[in-house]
Design a protein around this ligand. Structure first.
Ligand SMILES: N[C@@H](CCC[C@H](N)C(=O)O)C(=O)O
Length: 278
């Protein structure tokens, strides 16, 4: 299988062009776990498959490093958009990408034939509890107490197609991510598990985010997580609707526009190409 290793702010992926490579999709979870292994495989947070779409330009599937499939991936879709444009597979600067979270539209900034930045219309955030999904009575989950291993966290739940649990903290550096992250990811309140974001508010326009991803653990960045965190920050009155999110791997600009769509702007990089035995 020919593949391309890419990353968005250090959130890294193995991309496979399934217009060319004929993969058995039923084997994709096992393949993802093998290829993403940082010791025995290529090493990545997820496997991205680009497939022919029945609606739109391309169908993107994202499988986490543990083999579980996610509905969407913000950093991954910027990588996919760059790949499709620079390989000439799509010849326009606005691409319609079919995902399990619906149609997502990346828009490219191109300089000398290369993609510099990608601005993605990530669609509307979903806030009602069953849409996350999260156990409990109907309504939105904004700054609500959640008991985790005897400690109470105040959580705001946002779905960007995939579930996010956002927690505001005074100092993101002090969070014991590897201890608390997996407990919240697998908390019984989240029947489909959840991504977990810890947010330190710096100002009305800037936050620091640490993320524990469902199915992948700690990553250097999470695009859908940054969008969910920006929405949660505005809902809790901590920031306005345009926020720079500082992540371990760099910055994302997130805007929750008046039309209720969330726009994410950031880079994507190609690292290398290779061949992997399947
Ligand atoms: N890193 C991604 C999100 C990947 C999927 C996530 N782990 C999930 O299971 O929902 C991003 O940039 O959005």
């Amino acid at each position: 299988m020919l593949f391309t290793k890419m990353h968005g702010l250090g959130n890294d992926f193995v991309l496979v062009n399934c217009f060319e490579e004929k993969l058995d999709l039923e084997q994709a979870p096992a393949l993802a776990a093998r290829v993403c292994d940082r010791y025995l495989g290529v090493g990545a947070d997820g496997l991205i498959l680009l497939l022919p779409a029945d609606n739109g330009d391309v169908n993107m599937r994202i499988i986490n490093s543990d083999g579980s499939e996610a509905e969407m991936c913000g950093n991954g879709i910027r990588c996919a958009a760059k790949y499709l444009y620079e390989r000439g597979l799509v010849k326009k600067d606005k691409i319609q990408v079919q995902t399990l979270a619906g149609m997502i539209i990346p828009e490219l900034t191109i300089e000398s034939g290369k993609v510099k930045l990608v601005r993605v219309d990530m669609g509307e955030p979903r806030l009602e509890r069953p849409e996350i999904p999260m156990e409990g009575p109907p309504g939105k989950v904004i700054n609500e107490p959640l008991l985790v291993d005897g400690k109470t966290y105040h959580v705001t739940a946002v779905s960007m197609g995939n579930p996010h649990c956002v927690i505001f903290v005074p100092d993101a550096e002090m969070v014991a991510l590897r201890e608390v992250g997996p407990c919240i990811e697998k908390h019984r309140a989240f029947p489909n598990k959840t991504n977990v974001e810890f947010i330190q508010v710096l100002s009305r326009q800037e936050v620091i985010m640490k993320v524990w991803e469902r199915g992948a653990g700690e990553t250097m960045a999470c695009g859908t997580g940054a969008c969910a965190s920006a929405v949660a920050s505005a809902l809790n009155g901590h920031t306005g609707r345009r926020v720079t999110v500082h992540l371990k791997g760099g910055d994302l600009l997130i805007e929750w526009a008046e039309n209720n769509h969330v726009y994410m702007t950031g880079p994507a990089e190609e690292v290398f190409t290779g061949e992997y035995p399947v």
